[in-house]
Write a protein that binds this ligand. Structure first.
Ligand SMILES: [Zn+2]
Length: 106
């Protein structure tokens, strides 16, 4: 497989070199190969993209998050990951229904 590619590259270089010169032919073949590899990697990345995350209904758990920077309070109804949401570039703090949110005067 690798030898086949090498032979194809050499053949393409020899053919192109007759029209455009050796240096430009080598550059063209190298660029072609580079773009091909990047394209295949990109296509594979698109095809093998991870499936949509499983969304769990956590509304009954009364999960509340408070932003320690601005005081925004969120109640989480559905969650796809166990990480706390972020606000004001900071992870939010989990508080319970009867917990005292660490609110700051805005
Ligand atoms: Zn905030």
């Amino acid at each position: 497989m690798r030898a086949t590619r090498l032979v194809a590259a050499v053949v393409a270089t020899v053919i192109l070199a007759q029209f455009f010169g050796f240096f430009r032919a080598v550059v063209a073949v190298l660029l072609f190969y580079f773009i091909l590899v990047v394209g295949f990697r990109y296509m594979r990345f698109i095809v093998l993209a991870p499936p949509d995350p499983e969304i769990a209904d956590v509304g009954s758990l009364n999960l509340k998050y408070v932003c320690t920077m601005c005081g925004l309070e969120l109640k989480v109804e559905k969650a796809a990951k166990e990480r706390a949401p972020s606000h004001c570039m900071e992870p939010m703090v989990l508080v319970r229904e009867n917990g005292q949110p660490p609110l700051r005067p805005v």
